[in-house]
Design a protein around this ligand. Structure first.
Ligand code: EPU
Length: 338
């Protein structure tokens, strides 16, 4: 059964720890809940909407003057087990890292590199979460949910999800329209590990053989050494995306800054490290008022305590402006502004 309330505090529903109110807040356990809710509260269908899991990738600048929908369904269902390939359907309210831990325990390979990413399952496909050389799209076969405009259930095949770097159809064309209620994964018992990213291999070797448990341990150790725990320090992970630029631009930058890290991206483009650009611009560890750039990973902006959303936003604009001035590169936000 759904739970509906008004003027609800979102302070514990965003990892930046910003105080903001939701005019309407709806908790749902199933797609049926949504149908029943809109039968009764049809007038709220045209309110502005926000789908919210744990709020680990957003920044509230103001109160939210609309309807927040918070799915909390919690099951993990095995739907197919054939020749060492497992298909499993996971509800939107399951914590992402709980699912990773579950897979590693079962010996299912595919999501171990994505250990310790904050947030709930429902958000994972929206921005195609990724880390240490893996993006979640590599193991997703279907995304299921409910179209609020049409008031009907729908299932998206992998192709229909239109995944690319930190985005999908759910973040673009169907933003605030399609609520994800479950995600279907295909995972495998056959080991196929990816430890070539950065220092991952070195870290895994510290624990012995290359297996699921040790990859998970290594990823957790690397993340904990660089990324602040949102339960202790308000933050939303990478504040900006890594910029993708033309090869020409990349080459010019390489001439001026020979040590600039560059990675191959699709269609002959190059991906730069926003963290490197921010660090080189002199912002790593720097603070203004209640906001700072994290001292161990410059892509992360942190709330030192009592910052408002506006303060964090203004600070991020200063950082982006400075990077634009120094390198001619426009940083795009990864976090969603509300
Ligand atoms: N770098 C610096 N200074 C910094 C940070 C990074 O110079 O302060 C340079 C270094 O050269 C480093 C390279 O950037 O070798 C890459 O750094 P890192 O491995 O920490 O990853 P990232 O590109 O900064 C991305 C994701 C992270 C993810 C890591 C690991 C984005 C926007 N961010 O960061 O994702 O954990 O890779 O795979 O793609 C997130 O999305 O919230 C997030 C934390």
């Amino acid at each position: 059964m759904f739970h509906y309330t008004q003027n609800f505090s979102l302070k514990n529903y965003n990892t930046f720890g910003i105080s903001a109110l939701a005019k309407h807040f709806l908790t749902v356990y199933s797609e049926e809940d949504l149908l029943i809710f809109f039968e009764e509260y049809g007038h709220l269908k045209n309110e502005k909407r926000l789908f919210l899991g744990t709020g680990s990738n957003l920044l509230f600048i103001n109160d939210f003057d609309g309807l927040v929908i918070h799915p909390v369904n919690q099951a993990i269902r095995l739907i197919c087990d054939k020749n060492g390939i497992f298909e499993v359907e996971v509800d939107a309210g399951v914590k992402w890292d709980h699912f990773v831990n579950y897979c590693v325990d079962k010996g299912w390979c595919g999501v171990e590199n994505l250990s310790l990413i904050p947030g709930n399952m429902g958000a994972a496909p929206v921005q195609n979460i990724g880390a240490y050389g893996i993006e979640v799209e590599s193991v997703i076969t279907k995304v299921k949910g409910f179209d609020i405009n049409l008031l009907e259930k729908r299932s998206f095949s992998y192709e229909e999800c239109k995944f690319s770097y930190r985005t999908s159809v759910f973040k673009e064309q169907l933003k605030d329209q399609f609520l994800i209620t479950s995600v279907v994964f295909q995972l495998s018992k056959k080991p196929k590990f990816h430890i070539e990213y950065g220092l991952l291999e070195t870290e895994v070797n510290k624990y012995g053989e290359t297996n699921l448990q040790n990859i998970r341990k290594a990823v957790i150790a690397i993340r904990e050494s660089k990324l602040p725990d949102p339960l202790k320090v308000g933050n939303a992970g990478s504040f900006f995306k890594n910029p993708v630029v033309s090869e020409g631009t990349a080459e010019k930058l390489k001439n001026s800054f020979p040590d600039i890290p560059q990675y191959r991206a699709l269609e002959g483009k190059a991906k730069l490290s926003a963290g490197w650009l921010i660090e080189k611009a002199g912002w790593k560890g720097r603070s203004i008022g209640n906001v700072a750039v994290h001292e161990k990973q410059a892509l992360v902006i942190i709330n030192l305590g009592q910052a408002s959303g506006q303060e964090i936003f203004d600070f991020s604009e200063l950082v982006a402006k400075d990077v634009l001035q120094k390198f001619g590169i426009k940083l795009e936000r990864e976090v969603q502004l509300i």
